[in-house]
Write a protein that binds this ligand. Structure first.
Ligand SMILES: Cc1cc2nc3c(=O)[nH]c(=O)nc-3n(C[C@H](O)[C@H](O)[C@H](O)COP(=O)(O)OP(=O)(O)OC[C@H]3O[C@@H](n4cnc5c(N)ncnc54)[C@H](O)[C@@H]3O)c2cc1C
Length: 463
């Protein structure tokens, strides 16, 4: 432990912005899935960019390792410190600016995603990043992990919604690019270096974010189907500028939500093997605007592609349908051990991936229960494997590395990605280094050592 560095932090920072009280720190040392547990001698809680910069300067002078943390909802071990100084950004939660004519807002890194969405709504616009952890995750974390969520199919991931960032670099200097511009070709787009960097290149303290017009209405439907092939056919028919969400879930996932999450119910009269949750955003909230999508769903029913359809008739019903999908991860947590994969393949390869992965798992762990759900419209499946009912969690989870390796081999064989939206963290670091293009890894190493020569920024994460 670097006692001089810690002493310098405590002596030079305002007492309100640091704590070594382990009881106060404890909630931030383990993450949502209870998979990672950490330690830290000190938590720094800066309120301004200048306070972040001052604290980083001290760490740099003493070569003290830093781990930035937002909402601590990341799922790959990247937000759990192992003796690094924990920099919590949650107090940096001010809205610096919102401009309807420019369709942008400037948010500090610690604003929750939900607060950013609310601020956009307040300006009559929409911030279209949306994911189940939005009440807790922060915009700094979203950008650092290049979060995806349910609207990527129309609006792209966090990266595509960011116009520029303000970040504190490893030497404590402040890089400021809170752009209000839509076009700017003056040199390297350095802000993008920090997007998806998982805190390894600097600490994002604020960001300029692109807003979009609020749709006049949404047509949300839950479509019951035979399986992934039918879902892919439906996706092909549903595609178009209005399609804003296309999520899939097998019956086994719905069963878990209904079993474990209060107030959730099956909206259909009978069970079905597979479901797609679809949103079309409408430019007018009237029957004429809804007509083409109603006709598409009617034809899917008549032609036998869809087994049944529920169309949300109110905002409350729309929220109920979405909550079935959003509670899928939470329900699996209640079900005991589950081995997770966040993978992507080409959209048209999703059914083949699911079929090959299910067969693979059946030979590796007979009677395990694969639950592959998620963002089919982006080719991104959360392929989670639940333990056989007769196997205890500890025995099952001891197979994590073997199962993960086999699923990732399949993904690699299909030209896919082993991390679609959750990032690398510590969990997938070995897998990244084993599989990534050596030229890419070497370039990442050069960027890292150029920006952080003493390797103090999230030193164990990603690279
Ligand atoms: C129920 C649930 C559902 C989820 N659904 C999705 C989903 O649909 N799509 C998706 O993409 N993710 C999803 N996630 C994962 C998670 O919500 C995202 O990764 C989110 O972007 C993390 O934000 P955070 O503020 O919690 O970051 P944290 O967990 O605190 O940190 C994540 C990483 O970013 C770094 N970091 C955090 N803040 C900063 C900063 N200001 N500057 C530099 N580095 C920083 C950390 O060091 C860490 O490496 C889900 C998580 C849960 C629990």
């Amino acid at each position: 432990m670097n006692h001089n560095g810690l002493k310098a932090l405590k002596e030079n920072l305002a007492p309100e912005i640091w704590t070594e009280d382990q009881e106060r720190i404890a909630p931030w040392l383990s993450e949502w899935r209870d998979k990672f547990f950490g330690t830290t001698p000190l938590m720094v809680m800066p309120r301004t960019t200048q306070e972040v910069a001052a604290a980083v300067k001290i760490c740099a002078a003493h070569k003290l390792a830093i781990l930035p943390q937002g909402g601590n909802t990341g799922l790959v071990g990247g937000s759990t410190p192992q003796d690094e100084v924990l920099f919590s950004l949650r107090k940096m939660n001010r809205l610096r600016d919102v401009s309807a004519p420019d369709q942008l807002l400037i948010a500090e890194a610690g604003m929750t995603l939900q607060a950013v969405q609310d601020a956009a709504r307040g300006a009559g616009l929409k911030f279209p990043l949306s994911l189940a952890a939005q009440g807790s995750c922060t915009i700094g974390g979203n950008l650092s992990t290049n979060a995806g969520g349910v609207h990527v199919i129309k609006y792209g991931s966090a990266k595509s919604l960011c116009l520029g960032v303000e970040a504190v670099l490893a030497d404590g200097s402040i890089y400021s690019d809170l752009s209000r511009l839509r076009k700017d070709n003056t040199g390297y787009d350095l802000s993008r270096l920090f997007l998806g960097a998982e805190g390894t290149l600097g600490i994002i303290t604020a960001a300029s974010l692109r807003l979009v017009p609020k749709p006049a209405g949404i047509l949300r439907a839950l479509v019951a189907l035979d399986g992934p092939d039918a879902a892919l056919t439906l996706l092909g028919r549903a595609q178009g500028a209005a399609l804003a969400m296309f999520e899939v879930m097998p019956r086994s996932a719905l069963d878990l939500v209904i079993k474990y999450i209060p107030d959730q119910r099956d909206p259909f009269d009978a069970p079905h093997p597979y479901y797609a949750l679809v949103d079309w955003e409408l430019s007018r909230d009237d029957d004429e605007a809804r007509a083409p999508y109603m006709a598409l769903l009617g034809a899917a029913l008549e032609g036998g592609l869809a087994r049944d359809v529920v169309i949300a008739q109110s905002e409350t019903q729309a929220a109920q349908l979405l909550s079935l999908r959003e509670n899928m991860s939470a329900a699996q947590k209640h079900d005991g051990g589950s081995i997770k994969h966040d993978i992507s393949v080409a959209v048209s390869d999703v059914p083949e991936f699911l079929s090959r992965a299910d067969k693979l798992l059946e030979t590796m762990v007979p009677d395990c229960r694969p639950v592959g759900f998620g963002h089919m419209g982006d080719g991104n499946i959360h392929y989670n494997v639940a333990r056989p009912v007769n196997m205890n969690s500890v025995t099952f989870l001891s197979k994590w590395d073997d199962v993960q390796r086999a699923v990732h081999d399949l993904v690699t064989d299909m030209g896919g990605s082993i991390s679609a939206e959750h990032g690398i963290g510590t969990m997938k670091k070995d897998e990244l280094h084993m599989r990534a293009d050596p030229v890419k890894l070497a370039l990442m190493g050069k960027v890292k050592s150029a920006l952080d020569p003493d390797n103090i920024m999230n030193p164990r994460i990603m690279i």
